[in-house]
Write a new protein. Structure first.
Length: 259
């Protein structure tokens, strides 16, 4: 679930410079006041979605992997509905991941290894099904599921100007949190409580980009039932130029490993 999100988190657990833990201001939501939402002033199809053709996010990142902490720079390039290129390192890229609708490729310079996989391996690792569009939505701060499917969710008000769309079955739950003032998604959570698995993404500090609102700070939580990963990202700059290149080539002398 790279998305980074998941994929990112899984392969960079051993990369980075160890740092002291830093306090990140992301608060948990309070469910104690959850009430059935009956107002008609907000509709899911009125969400302020981010429209773009090409997007580059340049970020500072901090990764908490179990009891260790790592800091690095990360660049996320997205060609809408076609490809996602994620690069991370210090001054120069130490790893790259290319995500396309039918495959995922990546390599690391530190140990000269590369992998090639598909979205089925994400399910095998976490038990959640994610496709290219869902990973793309996570990275740009949009609902992981199609807007129209949200109408099948239960809707609750948990605070002033904060509602949650919630879907629960015997295997997992999905929760989408929406700030009705901004008309923006501010969090989404997928959980398998019995297995202790979780993928949660939180967004904050929105600013106008490309005539729309885009987050500049995020937190991604990945728990496969054995390992806990918290990935914090702060966006330094954005670029929406259609001239952006997506260079990716696995060196000839790199060793293939399993994802």
């Amino acid at each position: 679930m790279r998305l980074k999100i998941l994929l990112l988190c899984l392969i960079i657990g051993g990369c980075g410079i160890k740092t002291k833990n830093k306090n990140k201001d992301f608060s948990d939501f309070n469910y104690n006041n959850k009430q059935q939402y009956t107002k008609t002033s907000f509709k899911a199809d009125e969400l302020n979605l981010f429209d773009f053709n090409t997007l580059v996010l340049s970020n500072n990142a901090n990764l908490e992997y179990n009891n260790s902490n790592y800091s690095f720079d990360i660049s996320i390039k997205i060609r809408k509905n076609k490809k996602i290129l994620i690069s991370g390192g210090f001054i120069i890229p130490l790893f790259k991941i290319l995500i396309e609708p039918d495959k995922i490729l990546g390599y690391q310079k530190i140990d000269k290894t590369f992998f090639s996989t598909d979205f089925g391996d994400i399910y095998d690792k976490l038990g959640f099904t994610l496709d290219f569009n869902q990973i793309q939505n996570i990275l740009i701060g949009e609902p992981i599921n199609e807007i129209i499917s949200i109408y099948n969710y239960d809707t609750y008000e948990i605070d002033k100007n904060l509602i949650v769309y919630e879907y629960v079955n015997d295997e997992f739950s999905v929760s989408l949190f929406v700030d009705t003032n901004l008309n923006k998604l501010i969090a989404q959570e997928i959980k398998q409580i019995e297995l202790g698995r979780e993928l949660s993404i939180y967004y904050k500090e929105f600013k106008e980009t490309n005539n729309s609102m885009l987050y500049t700070s995020s937190k991604i939580v990945v728990n496969d039932g054995k390992n806990l990963i918290n990935l914090y990202m702060s966006t330094n700059s954005t670029n929406t130029s259609d001239e952006i290149l997506f260079p990716f080539e696995i060196p000839n002398n790199y060793r293939k490993i399993k994802f």
